[in-house]
Design a protein around this ligand. Structure first.
Ligand code: ADP
Ligand code: MG
Length: 140
């Protein structure tokens, strides 16, 4: 499925829809260049899960947990991870195979430990279609 957005508000709204419809145990991977809108999308997902606290980027902590919503929300950013072994150290399988929603930025770096049934989300720009245009591809 491909969704095209023309403003951060539209990307947020699409993330919110994902958060509203997410089922327990679902894992989303999120791929896209810096500044493409991954955080905007993630904030929408959190809103859709009725999470009240602000979403901070977990770049230095690898994972941020939010428990105030409809379901637990585990926001990963694995950009700084050396290898999948580091994921073992943080006990990733409790999150991946639990009842909450996982969203993993830069998931391509830990491909070998991802379950097969993840939903992949990719956000891309296309400057020919305008500065605020984003193409969001979702599959799985
Ligand atoms: P990332 O987390 O991928 O590095 P951010 O979500 O932090 O990116 O930032 C995206 C930036 O792009 C924000 O400044 C946002 O206002 C802007 N932007 C412009 N158009 C869009 C759009 N259609 N969707 C999402 N963000 C957009
Ligand atoms: Mg970000």
């Amino acid at each position: 499925m491909i969704i095209e957005t023309y403003s951060p508000q539209e990307t947020f709204a699409f993330g919110k829809l994902i958060g509203e419809t997410a089922k327990p145990g679902q894992i989303y991977t999120l791929i896209g260049d810096l500044g493409v809108g991954k955080t905007v999308f993630t904030q929408g997902v959190a809103e859709g899960l009725s999470i009240k606290e602000p979403i901070c980027s977990p770049t230095f902590t690898i994972i941020q947990e939010y428990e105030s919503g409809r379901l637990p929300f585990y926001h990963f950013d694995v950009y700084r991870i050396g290898d999948a072994e580091e994921m073992e150290e943080i006990g990733y399988d409790d999150y991946f195979f639990g009842k909450g929603i996982c969203l993993i930025e830069w998931a391509n770096l830990i491909e070998e430990i991802l379950p097969e049934d993840v939903i992949q989300v990719e956000i891309r720009k296309d400057l020919e279609k305008g500065f605020d245009y984003r193409k969001i591809t979702i599959q799985g």
